[in-house]
Design a binder for this molecule. Structure first.
Ligand SMILES: [Zn+2]
Length: 387
């Protein structure tokens, strides 16, 4: 058993309420307890974080890259590790590197790299998100139309080969390219099936939710909108209680008013959670990069193809939390839950992650009162500390 550590002097947000004058006790990679600072046993390593906040680590279920690396261009353990470490500096303690629609060979390579990264216990790596290629051409966004295609049995088998490997594996599919029976087989194998990049109707979404789809991918973006006679996928995401939905909170992908309306409309148990949809630019000065051989430009907080189509986001998790709190005016507690508890629930990880509670993984972030990341901890180990 490794020596217990105690982080002292901070206000601690456990995901529900704040604790003052408590120390966070960590041992063997888990949260051991919140104890009165005066009750600390001798021999515990004290880490003084006075005047700061400790909050649950952020979980990002859709993140294509970071630190100069794009998963599509680096389907290796090193690529995955680079993405995880770039986002750890911004408060993310668990993520799903996300493969944008690509060839069967690249998809297989990403899965192999993911399996290896799992064996090597890359810090922060939870599993993969396969976004496509089984999408709708009508709502392709930045996905290469030449690579979009229906799901074949061999595609399904490739995903099913990951059964039990990852902490979570998510796949974004469109009803135009995947059958309800395929959704059910994936869901029954424990995978998170997300409806996205689709022009489907509300009625179709109901059928796919009943078949086992659990989430909706980047609410509002690349999907049929909420109209008065056809509520579309947006209407389904907000109306069907069981569906969870990811949201890109950069103020560019979705208007703040639309975000606010959606957040007020959504009733549980499914929740709206934050995703970054970040690309390789995060944590770098890159001004352009390549996806499926096409150049993507970075300008004024936007990433676009030459024709102006948005191609992922240029935002990180702590900035998304700030946006939800500062611009949308949600309480800080709710903004933090949208980055931790809610994605954990969506990915069925709540028994291990998403809060600060005895027995859960010791994944947390130390923040200043200005919401700057001071240090990031994964499994009780400090993986980043601001200089
Ligand atoms: Zn997308």
């Amino acid at each position: 058993m490794s020596m217990s550590k105690a982080l002292t002097g901070a206000r601690i947000f456990d995901g529900t309420s704040w604790h003052d004058d408590k120390a966070l006790l960590v041992a063997d990679g888990r949260i051991e307890a919140l104890v009165a600072q005066t009750d600390l046993a001798e021999g515990v390593e004290i880490i003084d974080v006075s005047g700061q906040m400790i909050v649950p680590g952020f979980i990002d279920l859709q993140v294509n890259g970071g630190g100069g690396v794009l998963l599509n261009e680096a389907t290796t353990v090193a690529g995955i590790a680079q993405i995880c470490s770039a986002h750890a500096r911004l408060g993310t303690t668990g993520l799903l590197p996300t493969l944008i629609t690509d060839t069967p060979a690249i998809t297989a390579a990403a899965i192999e790299a993911g399996k290896q990264a799992m064996r090597e216990r890359v810090a922060g790596f939870l599993g993969l998100h396969l976004e496509g290629p089984h999408l709708s051409l009508a709502r392709k966004g930045a996905h290469d139309p030449a690579l979009i295609r229906p799901m074949l049995e061999e595609d399904l088998e490739r995903i099913l080969s990951c059964r039990g490997v990852f902490q979570a594996l998510m796949t974004t599919v469109a009803p135009e390219s995947v059958t309800p029976e395929q959704v059910t087989r994936l869901a029954e194998a424990g995978f998170i099936v997300s409806i996205g990049h689709t022009d489907s109707s509300y009625a179709t979404a109901e059928i796919y939710a009943a078949a086992g789809a659990r989430t909706v991918t980047h609410l509002f973006n690349a999907m049929s909108p909420l109209a008065h006679r056809e509520p579309g996928i947006v209407g389904a995401a907000l109306d069907i209680g069981a569906l969870h939905a990811g949201l890109i909170a950069d103020g560019i992908h979705v208007h703040p008013v639309a975000m606010g309306v959606a957040l007020r409309a959504k009733t549980g148990p499914g929740r709206i959670f934050l995703v970054t949809d970040a690309m390789s630019t995060i944590g770098t000065d890159l001004t352009s990069f390549t996806l499926n051989g096409r150049e993507i430009l970075r300008r004024d907080g936007r990433l676009t193809l030459a024709d102006g189509t948005l191609a992922g986001a240029d935002i990180d998790m702590i900035s998304s939390v700030r946006f939800v709190h500062d611009t949308l005016g949600l309480p800080l507690e709710e903004a933090l839950r949208m980055a931790s508890a809610y994605p954990a629930e969506a990915a069925k990880l709540s028994d291990r992650k998403g809060a600060i509670r005895p027995g859960l993984d010791a994944d947390f972030v130390v923040l200043t009162d200005k919401l700057d990341v001071q240090s990031t901890w994964i499994g009780g180990t400090c993986v980043y500390r601001a200089s």
